[in-house]
Design a protein around this ligand. Structure first.
Ligand code: FES
Length: 65
């Protein structure tokens, strides 16, 4: 891997979010650019009030796949 390529790690948390870990990422949310440094957690349960990001609401739910 060259120095210009960044490494991305993706974790699927059991009964939780999809966690993306990298140096820096740009995410387009409803046409607006959001910059995240080092990591971001994406909601998989659909209950977050801060979509597409996880806000911890999954902790109140029954286990899901
Ligand atoms: S996965 Fe955390 S709020 Fe949905």
């Amino acid at each position: 891997m060259s120095e210009q390529e960044s490494q991305v790690q993706i974790e699927v948390r059991n009964n939780g979010p999809l966690r993306v870990i990298t140096e820096k990422m740009e995410i387009e949310v409803n046409g607006e650019k959001v910059i995240k440094q080092s990591a971001a957690s994406f909601c998989r349960c659909g209950k977050s009030q801060n979509q597409p990001f996880c806000d911890g609401s999954h902790k109140e739910l029954e286990p899901f796949e």
